[in-house]
Design a protein. Structure first.
Length: 285
């Protein structure tokens, strides 16, 4: 494991942030999570573009331009020396006098954490996982910055707590109308015949990097892609259901709120898409 604070490499035990940092005090930060393939950060430019968008939505100035930040991330990955790495990049508004006024922050802080990648066990891909539905009002929906990846993840934390209490590994967030928006840390896809249905970015979901890659691959495979919200009843009745994220790639959901999805086994559309995605990420640059 390696930590880089404002460009300075630190051992994990020596990496400290002030208790007056607004990321700690108020969740006043943005972040990205990514992984490597062959030791190279996957879709780094896309992640940094999304980080820049998130920072703009909450008015945190990036301390480095995207090119310089990309160089710093790549250097951190190389210095860590892992076969494959999990990378978290965080920009906080910085520290300053106590108070909610953003102008109290002195300067943004950038943090890069690199650690060995620990993907889900193989049986989750071959046997599937259980998920629950979780109805809530997300923080982002209430403050008009939908789609930003901010440090305040309390809704997702509480959703995952509930999922674990019910023996599940993911929580699907519902809007006020009972429609599936996204997972606590993922995007959601339902398979209905030869159609692949997933909520649109306009619904305020996080525009996942893996989601974007998968939509293009699905079209290449001849699947009809439909961007719309998924009523919970349709999720229960789907032939297949799965979630996507940078670290987990694609994971099949075979039970939702205790109800069996499809046949209760991993479906053929998921298998085709997972194979296509893994071929895509491991292709020569």
């Amino acid at each position: 494991m390696l930590v880089m604070l404002d460009g300075r490499v630190c051992a994990p035990g020596e990496a400290t942030v002030s208790v007056f940092d607004r990321g700690f005090l108020y969740g006043d930060s943005v972040f990205e999570t990514l992984r490597t393939y062959g030791g190279v950060p996957f879709e780094l430019d896309a992640h940094l573009k999304r980080l820049e968008r998130s920072a703009g939505l909450v008015h945190i100035p990036l301390p480095l331009g995207p090119a310089a930040l990309a160089t710093e991330i790549s250097a951190a990955v190389t210095a860590a020396g892992n076969a494959e790495s999990y990378v978290r990049v965080m920009i906080t508004r910085g520290q300053g006098a106590m108070g909610l006024d953003p102008a109290l922050a002195e300067r943004p802080l950038r943090v890069i954490i690199v650690q060995p990648l620990q993907p889900p066990p193989a049986e989750q891909y071959s046997q599937g996982i259980a998920a629950i539905s979780y109805r809530t009002e997300r923080v982002l929906d209430a403050n008009g910055v939908q789609g930003a990846k901010i440090g305040n993840y309390l809704t997702s934390v509480l959703a995952m707590r509930q999922a674990r209490l019910q023996g599940a590994l993911e929580a699907l967030i519902l809007d006020a109308g009972g429609r599936v928006l996204e997972g606590a840390s993922s995007n959601v896809f339902a398979v209905q015949g030869e159609r692949l249905v997933t909520p649109p970015v306009e619904a305020g979901i996080l525009p996942g990097i893996t989601r974007g890659c998968l939509l293009e691959l699905a079209r290449q495979l001849g699947l009809v892609v439909e961007l719309r919200l998924i009523p919970l009843g349709e999720a229960y009745a789907a032939g297949e259901l799965f979630v996507t994220s940078s670290i987990r790639e694609l994971l099949p959901v075979v039970r939702l709120d205790g109800q069996v999805i499809g046949t209760g086994a991993v479906g053929p559309v998921f298998r085709r898409l997972l194979a296509a995605f893994r071929a895509h990420v491991r292709r020569p640059p």
